[in-house]
Structures are given as structure tokens and as C-alpha cells.
Design a protein around this ligand. Sequence first.
Ligand code: ITT
Length: 205
Amino acid sequence: MFNKLVIATGNQGKLREIQHLLSPLQIEIIPQAAFNVPECAEPFCTFIENALAKARHASKHTGLPALADDSGLCVNALQGAPGVLSARYATEPVVSKMNQDERNNQKLLTVLADEKNRHAHFYCVVVLVRHEHDPEPIIAEGLWAGEILNEYRGNEGFGYDPLFLDAKTGKTIAELPLEIKSRISHRGHAMAKLLQKLERLNHEA
Ligand code: ITT
């Protein structure tokens, strides 16, 4: 097993969750920012292709194993949008002090204003490559189903968290502490499966 792993994300919210989820591993976890890895293009229309591209890109630039997460919100009434474009859903020029997450949420509220079907899910795929040309990337995915509210609730998390209601807890993700979100989220499920695969590979080695 390797003893260093680069986290291939520029999203601070994701980074915090991934660091928490990887804490059981006895290895050094290093954000890609520590190596000044340039931003990676994400031109593909599937999450898995984008995740693989980001992991390879970070591994190429650092010479180390790298893990990437590609994720997004898929809304039933919008035929799965914003999907792979979740991070860049609001594309209009910045005219206010709102950051990208706030503008994305505002757009989602507007687009769904008259929509009764509020069903949606988060999807996450995580990909770990041991080196740039790893022919056997380790891949795992997770889902989280819920509903989109028509107003914001809570201050935790990032992205669409204040608008996404988890039916089981009756709370939005932004009302859940990191520890709880990590146990039940799309990212939490994907990372738990990835850790199991790593453990299996470790035993076989
Ligand atoms: P990196 O590519 O650098 O990892 P990114 O934010 O661009 O950062 P993605 O392309 O995977 O990453 O887009 C993920 C977007 O989906 C993210 O910016 C949020 O808008 C949304 N998203 C994913 N997981 C989320 C979560 O747990 N809570 C809220 N929003 C989430």
C-alpha cells in the first residue's frame, strides 16, 4: 500500500469531507493545492470520465497516487440536470456579491419555482489511481435521494446543501454536522466502498 495520497479537488467543502472520510487510513493525505496542481478540464458528459481525468491529472503533476471525486445534483423534473454541470450551473455574468454556490442555488430555486415534483438525488463517484497510467483505477460510487426545498435552511456544508432535504432526518444537509453527513451522504457511501476495496487489496498484496 502507498503511504501518500493526493486529493484532486479544488473544492474546499469536498476536501474537508474527504479528509474526514479518509481519516481511518494511516497514510499522509495531501491536498493538490500543496503541489500547485493546475485546474483540470472536465469536458465529459459522465461523472466517471471526469473523475478519472482529475485523478490522472493530479497524479501526473505530483508523481503520487491521487484520488478524485466527481459529483453532482440530479433533479428528476429537470431530466437529471444540473448533473455533471452542477458546479457551473449558473453561467450568467457575476453581477452581485453572491459566490458560485449561491448563484447555483438561486438558479435552481428559480427554475423549480412552479414545479411540484421536487425529487432529486446526489451522485458521487470516487476514483483512485496509484500512478498516472494505472490500468486498474479503484472506483466506487454513492447516491443520496431527497427533495429540493423552495427556501434555504441551515449553514453547514457547501453547494446545494441548504436546499436538499433528507427525508429520514427531516433536515437539510446544511442542518447536519459533518459527522452525520459523512455517514449518510453520496460521498460517504462512495468512500466507504472505496475503503473496503483498498482493505481487500491490502490483504491480497
Ligand atoms: P473539483 O472538480 O475541483 O473537485 P468541483 O466543485 O468543480 O470541484 P465537481 O465538478 O464534481 O467538483 O462538481 C460538484 C458540484 O456538485 C459541487 O460544486 C456542488 O455544486 C455539487 N455537489 C456535489 N456534492 C455536493 C454536496 O455534498 N453538497 C452540496 N453540493 C454538492
